[in-house]
Design a binder for this molecule. Structure first.
Ligand code: SF4
Ligand code: SF4
Length: 472
């Protein structure tokens, strides 16, 4: 048992709670969720095509009611305050057999989604009718955009619904913490309005699919020929989208990161971060905080950033010159590789499929080029930092245990050193779980004399009653 497990175990036992087992009511609520999922499974594997509306709404109702009921039952009896009791005792959250089963199911679903949608029931050929799981979502798709569903519509619906239901659970769990409640409401809004409903409505109006918050380099196909051509052919709206896409990565991102750090995007806007924070919350303690993981993370995430920059430069070079090759590199080959390895395999299959094994931010931490770009800005040009009142730290290790980016926050707290790390997404969980109020997320103006205080200075401030967390 490693230090983090021991820490979590002792916290659970000292609280007098060993909540690895579910109550009968919780089991009943999960039974409702299970029956809703079963309905979808039956519809899928029998490749049905009839009465999709009834089946769809019944299953969504059961899953939603069961999930909300489970959240209520789990947290309503507890006074406000974060409870992570039992995380190292449950098979699902401690890399047990249930965790492996869930990882296999998730990765399997992503493989079907990306490469074998016909097995989900995607209609084949021009105008081919859907069946199975895709057919089940036809009524909702017809309602939103007047067209049958596709595998991406089904995925978008699942994604948004899961984020919503797990978001309710998250808000209930962290309800005493205003920062957590507000940022969760924010990601739910951006996912529902900007990533799901608006793009579907645009498609229904025969306009280009466009997610206004999906910024290059995360939106790696933004500069692809087919995408730019599609926007240009859409008139003024298309030109506005093109303008918005360029301004958002060139101006908006650096300016907002200067003021607020990368959290404005990773914890308040981004859908990948939103899913990680809500659905991935039960797995956040699984992120490795070892030095080796940090080294791997830096190489990988910056490697992907270099990959996307080179690929985009090649694609634009091809667009303006007509030549596809520079030396041994071919722009079409490069973009196909990026789409396969990073856009699909890494961000989807591994990024979400490995939640139960490697923690909730596998993609954000090791693969997201937007996180790398934001991280460079955050480390070099940002007012954001987590200030530390080191004298109050009791070295309980909660902050390090629940940091989803694997940052060893405790070591900073023990040294009295402010946390300024490229990878920190500003989720604020380290601060929320700290029993001593040691950590504060701040964007205050840094005056010319700003620097991290030494331990001796912090001790002096502590003894002399100076206000903690104010850096001079
Ligand atoms: S250091 Fe704190 S705010 Fe930053 S990612 Fe870790 S838990 Fe979130
Ligand atoms: S900063 Fe807070 S949570 Fe982290 S080790 Fe110190 S007391 Fe514990």
């Amino acid at each position: 048992m490693n230090d983090r497990m021991k820490n979590a175990e002792s916290m659970s036992l000292s609280a007098g709670v060993h909540s690895a087992n579910l109550s009968p009511v919780q089991k009943g609520a999960l039974g409702l969720v299970g029956s809703g999922i079963l309905i979808q499974l039956i519809y899928w594997i029998s490749f049905k095509t009839q009465n999709a509306s009834v089946w769809l709404w019944t299953s969504i109702l059961l899953v939603s009611a069961g999930s909300v009921w489970y959240s209520y039952e789990t947290y309503h009896a507890h006074p406000p305050g974060i409870k992570n009791n039992g995380v190292w005792f449950r098979s699902l959250t401690a890399r047990g057999s249930l965790a492996w089963l869930l990882a296999v199911i998730l990765t399997g679903f992503y493989i079907l989604l990306y490469w074998y949608p016909q097995y989900l029931g995607q209609g084949q050929g021009e105008g081919g009718a859907n069946s199975g799981l895709i057919r089940l979502f036809d009524p909702l798709s017809q309602y939103l955009k007047g067209k049958p569903a596709s595998q991406w519509f089904v995925y978008g619906t699942f994604y948004t619904l899961i984020m919503f239901l797990m978001g309710i659970k998250f808000i209930y769990k962290y309800r005493h913490d205003r920062y957590q409640v507000l940022r969760t409401l924010s990601v739910l809004f951006f996912q529902t309005a900007f990533a799901f409903i608006l793009p579907e409505i645009l498609q229904g109006l025969n306009r280009p699919y466009f997610d206004f918050k999906n910024i290059w380099p995360l939106n790696y196909y933004f500069f692809f020929d087919w995408h730019i051509d599609g926007l240009i052919q859409s008139g003024m709206l298309g030109y506005f989208m093109l303008f918005w896409g360029i301004v958002s990565f060139l101006v908006l991102t650096p300016v907002l990161t200067w003021f607020y750090g990368k959290r404005w995007y990773c914890s308040w806007v981004c859908g990948c971060g939103g899913l990680a924070e809500t659905a991935g919350d039960p797995f956040r303690h699984l992120s490795s905080s070892s030095l080796k993981a940090w080294k791997v993370e830096r190489w990988m995430v910056h490697g992907v950033l270099v990959f996307v920059v080179v690929m985009t430069a090649m694609v634009l070079y091809t667009r303006f010159t007509g030549a596809a090759n520079i030396l041994f590199l071919n722009s079409y080959q490069l973009s196909a590789w990026y789409g396969f390895f990073i856009g699909a395999a890494f961000s989807g299959v591994i990024g979400v499929g490995f939640y139960p094994l490697m923690g909730s931010r596998v993609w954000c931490r090791f693969g997201c080029p937007m996180a790398a770009y934001l991280g460079i800005l955050q480390k070099t040009k940002s007012r954001f930092r987590i200030t530390v009142n080191g004298g109050q730290c009791i070295s309980c290790g909660n902050c390090s245990t629940y940091c989803e980016m694997g940052i060893d926050v405790k070591s900073y707290a023990q040294r009295g050193q402010d946390v300024v790390r490229a990878s920190c997404v500003g989720c604020g969980i380290c601060s929320a779980v700290c029993p001593r109020g040691v950590l504060r997320l701040e964007n205050g103006i840094l005056d010319a004399g700003y620097r991290t205080r030494t331990k001796e200075e912090l001790d002096y401030e502590e003894r002399s009653g100076m206000k903690p967390g104010v850096n001079k």
